[in-house]
Design a protein around this ligand. Structure first.
Ligand code: ADP
Ligand code: ADP
Length: 222
């Protein structure tokens, strides 16, 4: 799936959050949206994900192609994990597949696949309260991957974690993206995260925020 962000403007009542944002997201590309707090990153991600209608402009889908078995083309990964406490790791992942009406056989196959991808197999029967923050975020990613998104949308997925876990997960994300050819938009205010993960970095300025710089950074993902 190829997306074109065209002339996006957004205002909340009196607050102008975004002005004239233009860029494209190519298949297989990880785009990092960086900028200081309040510059409009979350707003832009919500617009890309279709959760928020922009005041002006549009997100064009230029190429409809989605992965085999894709249940939700644009899938959002929550910063605070949003796991159900009374469901196991496998149960949390399976739930979203139940919502999409997949059979038990299909659900089990997908759950097993993403548990492997995110190194969670041994924790499949654990409950969220038994998991560290890093493990919970792995579950959040696994749950998103299970719907086989065309574009994975992440808003500061590591911000709730300690520094050591952030570094560990960052390496895992980089390896996962490289292995799966995942297309992703990754919001962060941390330049190191952006440079480690992204093929392209889109920098927003503080409000009244207009994109001034779009850099292409080629970084081989090991
Ligand atoms: P983050 O930058 O971590 O995504 P938030 O999205 O929670 O943080 O908030 C960013 C800024 O937006 C904060 O200054 C917050 O006060 C403001 N904000 C968030 N939601 C609202 C709202 N409903 N009304 C007014 N301001 C808001
Ligand atoms: P970032 O994710 O870069 O921190 P946001 O997109 O959260 O920035 O916010 C951009 C601007 O819009 C900020 O000035 C913020 O206070 C404002 N804002 C965000 N959400 C709301 C909201 N729901 N109501 C009013 N103002 C908001």
């Amino acid at each position: 799936m190829r997306l074109q962000i065209k002339g996006i403007c957004h205002s909340y009542d009196q607050v102008e959050a975004l002005r004239d944002i233009d860029f494209g997201i190519e298949p297989g590309e990880v785009v990092a949206l960086i900028g200081p707090s309040g510059c409009g990153k979350s707003t832009l991600l919500s617009i890309i994900g279709g959760m928020l209608t922009p005041t002006k402009g549009e997100v064009l889908i230029c190429d409809q192609a989605t992965p085999d078995g894709c249940l939700n083309p644009l899938t959002y990964v929550f910063q605070d994990f949003a796991l159900l406490p009374w469901r196991t790791v496998a149960g949390n992942i399976s739930l979203v597949l139940e919502d999409h009406g997949l059979s038990k056989t299909d659900r089990d196959a997908r759950v097993a696949e993403v548990l492997e991808q995110t190194n969670l197999w041994d924790f499949r029967d654990a409950y969220p309260k038994q998991l560290s923050g890093g493990m919970k975020q792995r579950v959040g990613i696994a749950r998103a991957l299970a719907v086989r998104p065309a574009v994975l949308l992440m808003d500061e997925p590591l911000s709730a974690l300690d520094a050591q876990t952030r570094i560990l997960l960052l390496d895992e994300f980089a390896a996962l993206f490289a292995r799966t050819g995942m297309t992703a938009v990754y919001v962060t205010h941390n330049l190191n995260e952006a440079v480690r993960l992204a093929n392209r970095v889109v920098a927003l300025r503080r409000r009244p925020g207009t994109i001034k710089e779009i850099h292409t950074i080629d970084i081989p993902l090991a």
